[in-house]
Design a protein around this ligand. Structure first.
Ligand code: 5GP
Length: 188
């Protein structure tokens, strides 16, 4: 069986990354599987341990770091750690599945450096202004949170040139089709 390939996808919060990935992951012929990351953040409503994340206590997370269990890990938000487990990556690739890593920009660049053959895709909002408008019209966050996310988006977008491909999510269907095409060409 051929070993699978690695696809890294990063984007600023609110860009539509999850929507795009969720549409593509269902295409069985692409043989895509998510790596389930570990985190010390609390589960959100509807999230299950081992499905969305491996939910660890801070102590368990620190032990996993000490045990060298991670390909990479980052403090994505203050005090909140997220990491890609070596065991997950190897299980998926060894079974001949292609691995989707939905990770933050620092993690993405880190994994690309360790696995130069991986395909790294950055999903961009049309502009930071449009991102701000989308976050405001979504109305799920207060202005302070929106301002924080927008400020972080500028920082995240500064990493885009380090990725192999950049997809602008202006029209969702177009961005999804473009991302799917990139993945198809990469894995064939
Ligand atoms: P959330 O808390 O919304 O599930 O995820 C927050 C951020 O953490 C997202 O940008 C997501 O891509 C990132 N993330 C999730 N898992 C990992 C991981 O294993 N490593 C890194 N570096 N970032 C991750």
């Amino acid at each position: 069986m051929n070993r699978g390939k690695i696809i890294i996808i990063s984007a600023p919060s609110g860009t539509g990354k999850s929507t795009i990935i969720n549409q593509i992951i269902g295409k069985e012929d692409l043989r895509l599987r998510f790596s389930v990351s570990a985190t010390n953040r609390a589960p959100r409503q509807g999230e299950a341990d081992g499905v969305n994340y491996h939910f660890l206590s801070t102590e368990q997370f620190q032990k996993a770091i000490a045990d060298n269990a991670f390909v990479e890990y980052e403090e994505v938000y203050p005090g909140r750690y997220y990491g890609t487990l070596k065991s997950e990556v190897n299980r998926i690739l060894d079974n001949g599945y292609n691995l989707i890593l939905d990770i933050d920009v620092k993690g993405g660049v880190n994994v690309k450096a360790q696995y130069p053959d991986a395909l790294a895709i950055f999903i961009m909002p049309p502009s930071v202004e449009v991102l701000r408008e989308r976050l405001i019209s979504r109305a799920t966050d207060d202005m302070e949170t929106i301002n924080q996310r927008v400020a972080k988006a500028d920082y995240e977008i500064s990493f885009a040139p380090k990725y192999d491909k950049q997809v602008v999510n202006d029209v969702l269907e177009k961005a999804t089709a473009e991302t799917e095409e990139l993945i198809r060409n990469f894995i064939k």
